[in-house]
Design a protein around this ligand. Structure first.
Ligand code: BGC
Length: 568
């Protein structure tokens, strides 16, 4: 018997279930959502101005990517002050207004916590630079002497996740570790002040009414830096079994056990979801109810649009979630990957163009691929709608990324001068980076920035964005936006118990699953239409509640998902 079977008895399903277990969480990348003050950057007041749109979408929560003071060396994931709003984006009062507007519409608020590294503009890092070698201030980060004559060679040959060396030299000759961009020095999690400060930050936002947290690279905080430090090749060869010097260490869970006490000291308890790129078998440690409580699963995002792959991903991840007492999460798009409408429209679905593997130094990114002449937009959008409807019917939480409800594609052909992502620059353009999914949203079909703001947009929007404008789709029955709204509305009825039962379909291309309350989801991953009666083995005496493509008669078109209402 698994926790999933026990869920109703434990009050984990049905009306008493904590909201996060089966939530639809909509990710907002604040700088690209809506620009209220017309400076080209999206802002907090811009999000508030779209609260009705968010309310009408039918989501349960909004996850805000970082909106803290930042020099934007990594799109805000370089945080200069964890307890403030970037003045370019507004004020704490604006933030309070946003929380009030979302709560008034029944929408929870999740904020992003970036604990592995701060910005090099953080007051602690400025202090560390000024205080010099051997100072207490330097000990909050990871400073080491270099090697070779004059210490001019970095302490190790470690490579940063964004490419290039993971060490940067400061004026007095010492080096500091940055697992990501140069402007993102890694914090020293062995330091009690670092630990205490993040507890303060969690309380700060919890006290302001925030409902939960998304924890950035949750598997990287603690490190064993005892000498001699291993080489990159040695690191790569080491198992990630909890004792690896840099990744997924067992001792990181001491941090999360302490955070859990903070979360549980609130009523209702605050929630957290871990972004942890770790071996599958170790995900439950992050999702444990004594730890963060939930963890991202990026398997759907990495799968091709193919029935067997989807079936395996779902089965495996439901089992994993049950092991931790958590619910599963599902993601098709986020701010780090090529939008799923585009991935599915490329000749190598789910892969970077050309089938190029996208493994980056232990982190897997599905990176954007520049100009892609072979993109078949319509196929991509049709598959994306089918995949989304498949996902939204699953037990667990679905994380949606702004713009996917418009069927938006990646902007693949941004000019090098317009790009912002450090991955592009640190790889000398070999990786196109993640800007293509971060282009400001089109709200209207016309205007200088398609309704994003009064003036320019910080990343240029292509002319074809006009075809995806929210205002046009709002009034159109068969638009992707209307489909999302209907699905998210119906989803509340569908998401009661947390179980899923697969039902045979006699077709390798068709998946069918049933939820405990009788709702059924059928997806035809193939291109050829199939006979619905045959697929449902004569059980078609049920009402089609929703379909990702128009259904005529008893034929299920290719690349389509259907939701069947429970039998009356
Ligand atoms: C975030 C990225 C960011 C990186 C470093 C990732 O988990 O999703 O956008 O660049 O962490 O903070």
């Amino acid at each position: 018997m698994t926790i999933t079977d026990l869920a109703p008895a434990l009050g984990l399903a049905g009306e008493n279930a904590p909201w996060w277990r089966q939530a639809a969480v909509y990710q907002i990348y604040p700088r690209s959502f809506a620009d209220a003050n017309a400076d080209g950057l999206g802002d907090i007041a811009g999000i508030t101005s779209r609260a009705d749109y968010l309310g009408a979408l039918g989501i349960d929560a909004v996850w805000l990517s970082p909106f803290y003071p930042s020099e934007l060396a990594d799109g805000g994931y370089d945080v200069a002050d964890y307890r403030d709003v970037d003045p370019k984006l507004g004020t704490l009062a604006d933030f309070d207004d946003l929380v009030a507007a979302l709560h008034a519409r029944g929408i929870k608020v999740v904020v992003d916590i970036v604990p592995n590294h701060s910005s090099d503009q953080h007051e602690w890092f400025r202090e560390a630079i000024d205080a010099g070698r051997g100072s207490a201030a330097r000990d909050r980060y990871i400073f080491r002497e270099g090697t070779g004559p004059d210490g001019a060679t970095p302490p190790t040959d470690w490579v940063s996740a964004f490419g290039g060396p993971a060490w940067e030299r400061v004026a007095d000759g010492q080096w500091y570790l940055h697992s990501f961009a140069i402007e993102q020095p890694d914090l020293n999690w062995a330091h009690p002040e670092v630990r205490a400060d993040f507890v303060r930050t969690l309380r700060f936002w919890s006290d302001r009414g925030v409902d939960g947290f998304r924890i950035d690279v949750a598997h990287m905080l603690t490190k064993d830096l005892s000498e001699p430090l291993p080489s990159q090749a040695q690191l790569d060869a080491m198992p990630q079994d909890g004792l690896h010097p840099l990744l997924d260490r067992d001792d990181v869970h001491e941090v999360y056990a302490e955070w859990r006490q903070v979360f549980d000291s609130y009523d209702p308890p605050r929630t957290a979801v871990a972004e942890a790129w770790v071996d599958k078998a170790r995900v439950p440690l992050y999702a444990s109810q004594q730890g963060l409580g939930q963890a991202f699963n990026f398997d759907l995002l990495e799968a091709d649009f193919e029935a067997e792959q989807f079936r395996v991903v779902v089965t495996d991840n439901l089992a994993l979630a049950a092991e931790s007492g958590s619910s599963s999460t599902w993601v098709l798009s986020n701010h780090d990957v090529v939008r799923h409408a585009t991935r599915y429209g490329l000749p190598h679905p789910g892969r970077a163009p050309g089938g190029r593997p996208s493994v980056k130094h232990g982190l897997e990114w599905v990176l954007t691929g520049g100009v892609e002449p072979q993109l078949d937009r319509e196929t991509g959008e049709r598959r994306a709608r089918a995949a989304t409807l498949f996902m939204l019917g699953l037990p667990g939480s679905s994380y949606l990324y702004q713009g996917e409800e418009l069927g938006l594609h990646e902007v693949a052909d941004l000019h090098a001068d317009d790009r912002q992502d450090p991955t592009f620059f640190r790889s000398a353009g070999a990786d196109f980076g993640r800007d293509g999914c971060r282009v400001p949203l089109p709200w209207t079909p016309d205007g200088a920035t398609f309704g994003f703001g009064a003036d320019g947009a910080h990343l240029p929007q292509p002319a074809w964005f006009a075809d995806y404008a929210a205002s046009t789709q709002e009034g159109t029955e068969d638009s992707t936006l209307s489909l999302y709204r209907r699905a998210l509305g119906l989803r509340h009825a569908l998401q009661t118990g947390e179980q899923l039962e697969w039902i045979d379909t006699d077709s390798a291309d068709v998946l069918r699953y049933r939820r405990p309350n009788g709702w059924e989801v059928v997806t035809n991953f193939g291109q050829a239409p199939v006979d619905l009666d045959a697929v449902t083995a004569g059980g078609m005496a049920r009402e089609i509640a929703l379909s990702s493509e128009p259904i005529e008669g008893a034929t299920l078109p290719g690349e389509t998902t259907v939701w069947f209402a429970p039998q009356r």
